[in-house]
Ligand binder design. Sequence first.
Ligand SMILES: C[S@@+](CC[C@H](N)C(=O)[O-])C[C@H]1O[C@@H](n2cnc3c(N)ncnc32)[C@H](O)[C@@H]1O
Length: 244
Amino acid sequence: MTTHNDDVDWDRWPVADYLAENYREVHPSDAAVIAHHSAFYRRFAPGAIARSVEFGAGPNLYPLMLASAASRRIDAVEAGASNVGYLTNQICHRPDASWLPFHALCRELNPDVRATLAGALAPVHVVHADVRTLRPGTYELASMHFVAEGATEDFGEFADFCRLFVRTVVPGGHLVAAFMENLPTYRIGPASRWPGCPVDPATVTEVFAPLTRDLDVTRIDVDPTLPDYGDSGMVLLTGVAEAV
Ligand SMILES: C[S@@+](CC[C@H](N)C(=O)[O-])C[C@H]1O[C@@H](n2cnc3c(N)ncnc32)[C@H](O)[C@@H]1O
């Protein structure tokens, strides 16, 4: 049976296991994504974007640090209670020291990232919500990491998430995203099972091309320092939303 977004209890996202497997150190794939995205964000003057969104933020802080170079306000929108609890704690109290090397790399590649980790996270507002409820045209910039293809097993629903992602920005709004390439349904930690929808540069391009201009889709190879989730690397995207 195909798993859809509503079939999953996102409140039970295993934050500690997910961080331990993916984000306790800067892996080569993180460095590649940060380099790709920093080139995108360097196009903007500091604070040029009034309001941006991190679509399905999870517990990953580096996309928020990257956006802080350009955005005066960042809404980190996330459905799952465990992720919201982690994000709120990191932003309102004290971020884990393991994020410091991510911050150092983000700032090295874009000096507009604020000098301290806490400063870089200061523009972030945690929003406990389903991304499907966001009002179209709310943001000037939208960022998404491993969400549309990690939220469902159904390609049609993957495409729906991508269309919603594009429509959260105004026409002419900026888009930056990363997808796991060919991600099947996978496990985190000893037992939990999470949906995956295999996509690649061709399918990502097929979905985004009718919705965008200046679309740029690239890929990076699988990272042997990360757990083998069955993926074949990552797909990276930038573009500008068209009026549709
Ligand atoms: C594979 S994780 C990626 C997390 C994070 N963006 C990252 O870079 O590691 C997928 C995330 O999407 C969130 N998610 C899934 N469906 C969602 C929905 N309908 N609305 C908001 N968030 C959702 C999950 O709770 C989870 O945090």
